[in-house]
Structure formats: structure tokens, C-alpha cells
Design a protein around this ligand. Sequence first.
Ligand code: GSH
Length: 230
Amino acid sequence: MTNSSLPESLELFLFDFCPFAQRVQISLLQGELPYQAITLNPAKMPDDFATISPLGNVPILRVNTTETIFESAVINDYIAQISSISMEPSSELQRAQMRAWSEYSSGCFMALMQLLQAKDKEAFKQANATLISKFTILSKQLLTDGPYFYGQQFTTIDATYAPLFLRMQTIKSLFNDFSLTDLPENIVSWMLSLLECESVKKSVMGDFTAIYSDFIHEKSSGKYLESHLN
Ligand SMILES: N[C@@H](CCC(=O)N[C@@H](CS)C(=O)NCC(=O)O)C(=O)O
């Protein structure tokens, strides 16, 4: 889906640890849309941020310096509309299905949060089983040989899941009890393809392992995973 009314400027307000902002960066990069990334520190937010972000959160895409859009899925739909590179399946039905399975990622993110918040090994194992079962359901939708969800075409559902995969891979590198081997094979191949993608690599702000390890220490202090990091 393309549109000739390309905005004069696009600014993305983000936190470096935020997976939802990363989704938007990936789409902007993949859609080859020039933009300025404005990295905020949640501990030192600008006084006028409420005028930019009505809910106080990120990501926010500011368009032509005055208009703003919140909610990563909606921002990514907008990006797909304005980019001259096709980032959605061509059929209406597949587009609707893609949105449904993109929304499904919320539950996967929740399972990941449960993993970070697990208080002991048993709770951790349970959260991990939930994550695996969610991906087992999703794996039945991946009918192609990849590399992307819809085969050769990178679409916004790839941008939606890539930040989750990056976090799962980072947890694996930081914590011995977490393995990706129980995930369905086609999900692992999809994950590896996405993590090799230039747009995904470029969407990372600095040393992601350090950023995410700080995030874990802050959000999951004293929990099973945090207290057993390598
Ligand atoms: N559903 C939103 C979630 C955005 C979100 O949770 N952002 C977090 C950072 S990762 C945030 O800004 N939290 C601060 C707050 O809500 O005050 C989206 O997809 O854009």
C-alpha cells in the first residue's frame, strides 16, 4: 500500500529499552523513511511531554512537527501506508489476518514479562511453558519457508515480533536456564532471519545486552531470573 503524500518530517520519541518503539524503528528503516530518533530518559522526561504524548508513553511518531500518533501497531499501519515499499500482504484478508496475529504478540510479551517476574524456578518453568505454547500456536500460521512471516516479503508483523525475539535471544545469552530449543523449528528460523536483518540490527540503540540487562535489574530485581544471571 503506497501513498504519494510523504510527510516533510518524522520524529520518533522512544526509550532505548522499549520494544514497542523498536517495532516502529524497524518499520521506518524497512520502509526507507527518513526520520529523527529522539531518545528519552524515563527518569528525566521533558516538561512538555504531555503535549506530545497524551498518555505519557512512547513510542510517539510526530509528523510534520505538529501532529502525533501513539500506539505502535497504529503507527506501523501508518508507516505501511506512506512508504513506497510494500510492507503488507496484498490481499485484504491476509492484511486482516496479519493484524490479528500481530495483536497476538501482546500475549507473547506478557508471557515474557511473567518470565522476568517469576519468583522461583517453578514459576519460571511455568512462564517458559506458556511462552512456548503461544509460539506453538503461532507456528501453525507460518506456512512458508521464510525467511519472513509471509515468505520473501518483509511485512509489519515481522517488525512486531523482532523486538520480542531480540529480548528472548538476549535472555538466553544472560541466563543459562533459558533455551530456545523447545520452540518450534520454524519459529526459531524466523527469529534467526529477523535478527540478521539490517533494519532490526540498526533499530538497536547502542549495546542492547547492556541496555536489557539494566532493564532486568531494574524491573525484576530479586526475581528468579535477575538473581541467576550469568
Ligand atoms: N501499547 C503501547 C505500549 C507502549 C508502552 O508500554 N510504552 C512504555 C515503554 S516500553 C512506556 O512508555 N511506559 C511509560 C508509561 O506508560 O508511562 C504501544 O504498543 O505503543
